[in-house]
Ligand binder design. Structure first.
Ligand SMILES: C[S@@+](CC[C@H](N)C(=O)[O-])C[C@H]1O[C@@H](n2cnc3c(N)ncnc32)[C@H](O)[C@@H]1O
Length: 293
């Protein structure tokens, strides 16, 4: 469900039509370029470990910045940029045009059918429907890996919240509010009731987000990058709107629990940026699919 007038993320809005937003973000937003380099490094290490040509997909590749870096640095591996916004598809095609090992898949990720060795979800996790994780598991080889990095909401779970989240039976978003048990989901579906804990947690999320976005916008202003300032102002509004599901950053702890519940086990955790926890948003994880029962 959405409640904003223009129910689209900034990536599809007309005022950004002539801008390569992926490139611009890398000049005016903290932590993204460090994450790019780390992703390339993780894929290189994976390739070295497996010792065979890999098929790598960059889901929600945007304008293809990371896909192009990978195609350039790993010429013997197949790199697929996956994107659905027409403008971004064109930009990714142009970026990958120089690389024989690079290509673009221009349909929703859910429509890809071939097996994959590495799936990268970089900045895309909080834009994709939760069911995409199931699709990742069906596509990944047994020795495959999901590299998932995102701009999360800096951690807002206190110890009590963490105890509830780490033992959650389910992570279910009910109009943007987190539910953690099948009973709560059933009650929400039957009567629309939501535990007070879920509402309190959402208040914490919004406060943590506001603090983070002020930092991001000040960072962009210091670089005189008004495109990023304006984009982030819109993203802030989208994200603070609890029910706007296309821009909904959650705490790293909640996302990790969600991945575990979706059949993944963590291989590595990498923190990007060196700041206090309240301004620590970017994490890059490697997850492996657990064998199906
Ligand atoms: C924040 S952007 C990702 C940025 C990009 N990874 C980068 O490195 O610049 C999220 C992207 O996911 C794309 N997306 C959303 N749903 C998708 C889907 N079902 N399949 C493929 N891409 C999708 C959006 O169009 C958007 O460009």
């Amino acid at each position: 469900m959405t409640t904003t007038d223009d129910a689209t993320t900034v990536y599809g809005r007309p005022e950004f039509a002539d801008i390569d937003i992926g490139d611009t973000m890398r000049h005016g937003h903290p932590d993204i370029t460090d994450g790019d380099r780390l992703i390339v490094d993780l894929v290189r290490r994976r390739a070295a470990t497996l010792g065979r040509p890999l098929t790598v997909m960059d889901v929600g590749s945007g304008s293809g910045v990371v896909s192009a870096m990978l195609a350039h640095r790993l010429p013997e591996h197949r790199v697929i940029a996956n994107e659905i916004e027409p403008k971004l598809i064109a930009q990714a095609r142009s970026r990958l045009g120089d690389f024989r090992n690079g290509e673009v898949f221009d349909r929703p990720f859910q429509e890809w059918k071939e097996p994959l060795d590495v799936i990268i979800s970089w900045g895309s996790h909080h834009h994709l429907p939760n069911t995409y994780l199931d699709h990742v598991r069906t596509l990944l080889a047994d020795d495959g890996v999901l590299i998932i990095g995102d701009e999360f909401c800096p951690e807002y779970c206190d110890d009590n919240d963490a105890a509830r989240v780490t033992t959650a039976e389910v992570i279910h978003l009910a109009d943007g509010l987190v539910l953690t048990s099948h009973r709560d989901v059933a009650a929400y579906r039957a009567e629309g009731v939501v535990p007070q804990w879920s509402r309190d947690l959402e208040a914490k999320r919004r406060r943590a987000l506001w603090h983070w976005y002020k930092f991001v916008i000040d960072y962009a202003m210091a670089k005189d990058n008004w495109t990023v300032v304006l984009a982030e102002l819109q993203i802030t509004r989208d994200d603070l709107t609890t029910t706007f599901d296309e821009e909904h950053k959650l705490s790293p702890l909640i996302v990790r629990r969600d991945l575990e519940l979706n059949g993944f086990r963590p291989l590595s955790t990498n923190v990007i940026g060196n700041r206090s926890v309240d301004l620590q948003s970017f994490y890059l994880y490697e997850f492996a699919p657990r064998a199906r029962a």
